[in-house]
Ligand binder design. Structure first.
Ligand code: G1P
Length: 290
């Protein structure tokens, strides 16, 4: 394959957010705010930091707020201007100018693999990134930036992983792999949410992938797997049989923001890092006699 930079990213956002009910009954989980930005904005900013210019968001019923968030809000900007808050209006404008956004609707919830397949025509013949919005990863060099640098050197599909405790392997796609050069793991196989007994390792897929268009042909042939859904992991397992594919241990603290406790932890982390609120928030946390 030609050496190419990745410019397109797919962000699946059609999930029902059942782990976060009732908060997600009428609003998308991707719009839950971590301090002052919705979750999906963190993920979009991460993609942009890695050089992505085209963002394809896979949406579904009830996800209109996501499109509105990344669109220009002319009335809001005008009204802020009239109130002398032009700078705030300009900040809002920057959100819609971060990248080119387009949306594909996944009409049936048939799994992550099916959601990615919905982007096939928009991706065309290029390598692309996939970022799952539940995974918020905090590091100076963003997770996708770390991976994009490796991809540019290696030109092989790459999956972001982290080690997880044995008790958690059943929540993740797990790698069957061997150590390779540069701290990478060559992937021989993958299992979606295995039991501890079936898990080939403790290297868990952490919602960041750099993939090649061949994955679409494999997804088209993938039959429903775990949870009766078309699993991306199952198609990736097939890709590993025909292409060199690697796992990369992402540097950074990762939060499962789709889970209530993970979301709270991410909120504390981002609150402490916030330049306007951080100091005061820290003082408050210290004052709690826990
Ligand atoms: C998805 C993937 C799984 C991966 C996980 C990371 O599962 O299917 O392989 O480990 O994301 O967050 P989900 O958590 O969406 O069920």
């Amino acid at each position: 394959m030609l050496a190419r930079q990745i410019t397109k990213a797919v962000i699946p956002a059609a999930g029902l957010g059942t782990r976060f009910l009732p908060a997600t009954k009428a609003s998308p989980k991707e719009m839950l705010p971590l301090v002052d930005k919705p979750l999906i904005q963190y993920v979009v900013e991460e993609a942009v930091s890695a050089g992505i210019t085209h963002i394809i968001i896979i949406t579904g019923r009830g996800k209109r707020a996501i499109e509105d968030h990344f669109d220009i809000s002319f009335e809001l900007e005008e009204s802020l201007k009239q109130k002398g808050k032009e700078a705030l209006g300009q900040d809002l404008r920057k959100i819609s100018e971060m990248a080119d956004f387009c949306y594909v609707r996944q009409s049936e919830a048939r799994g992550l693999g099916h959601a990615i397949l919905c982007a096939k025509n928009l991706i065309g013949d290029e390598p692309f990134a996939v970022l799952l919005g539940d995974d918020i990863i905090d590091h100076q060099t963003s997770a996708l930036q770390q991976m994009a640098e490796i991809y540019e050197r290696n030109q092989a599909p790459l999956i972001g992983v982290q080690r997880v405790p044995a008790s958690d392997v059943h929540h993740y796609g797990i790698l069957d792999s061997e150590s390779a050069l540069d701290g990478l793991y060559k992937i021989n196989g993958m299992v979606e949410k295995p039991s501890l007994k079936e898990a080939p390792s403790d290297l868990a897929v952490i919602g960041r992938y750099i993939l090649i268009p061949e994955i679409f042909e494999l997804l088209e042939k993938t039959v429903p797997g775990k949870g009766n859904e078309i699993q991306l992991t199952d198609a990736l397992k097939e890709l590993a049989k025909i292409r060199n594919m690697y796992g990369y241990v992402i540097q950074g603290n990762r939060y499962d923001a789709g889970d209530k406790l993970g979301f709270l932890k991410a909120t504390v982390r981002m609150g402490l890092k916030n330049k306007d609120l951080g100091e005061e928030f820290k003082t408050y946390l210290k004052s709690l006699s826990l």
